[in-house]
Ligand binder design. Sequence first.
Ligand code: RIB
Length: 311
Amino acid sequence: MGDARILVVGSTMIDLIAYADRLPEAGETLVGKRFQMGFGGKGANQAVMAARFGAPVAMVNAVGDDSYGASHLENFKREGIDITWMRTVPGSSGVAPIWVDGAGVNRIIIVPGANDATEAAVAEAAVREFKPTIVVGQFEVPQATTLAAFRAARAAGITTLLNPAPAAPIDPELLAHADWVAPNETEFTAIFGGSAIGPDGDERIRSASDRSGNRLVVTLGEQGAALAIPGEPIHRISAPRVKAVDTTGAGDSFLGAFSFGLASGLSPDRAAELAVACASASVQKAGTQSSYLSRDEAAALAAPYLAGGTR
Ligand code: RIB
């Protein structure tokens, strides 16, 4: 497994998921089929998936002093995630009301609550003290906090991976401190302009990587992912055909697996192949973290990749 140590500077949410064949129009009330409540938040999801591969993982975040906050800390302990740099602050923990339609497609509103109190100084301390091999961030805690962590990581020669989700204007300094940027199609357009899909998608991804100097891994749902390294041709990783039940958190399972793969010394291609396989498994089950591969399943998936080494 090498020296993989993964630090996630990111969010926690309680996901409140309603499933219905179709979603309501404005002013309409619909009868749903099912409801599921569970642990979510893009940061937490990515941390949990990475931890299930067996790597040491630590989390930097703030939860509220409510029952949701306490249950997040318990969940992280159960998952073997280091919570030294988790803080509890007065107020509400983050929540995410989610709708999932009959095709498994979701719509999400996040209410960040305590996530907004995730502090830059704590993130810097975590980089210094946990000594990760990769630092992973998203957009559900303040960008200034993620930037502080990325600056500390850069200064120490540690790889940084930014998942710019949900789509929002990006601080150019943060982009400049990201070795890897991992947007989906919507986030790619928000940051780099133009579409990552369609006949010219590859060219636009390649040009975005050349212009920005970032390594890109663009997640493309059922079309898999595209990898762009400045100065190199695009690599496409296709996804197996599967029946999607719920796509919630699939991108996060990709990121958890990808960061584990990179931190374990896999080539970017092999890390992305592992990540596509991991995300494909997650869309076939309902819920967010509840849809992720178990520790045993993750170990079985990763074994051939780790045995093959880098290439
Ligand atoms: O990416 C899925 C996640 O987005 C959900 O768990 C929800 O909490 C939001 O953060």
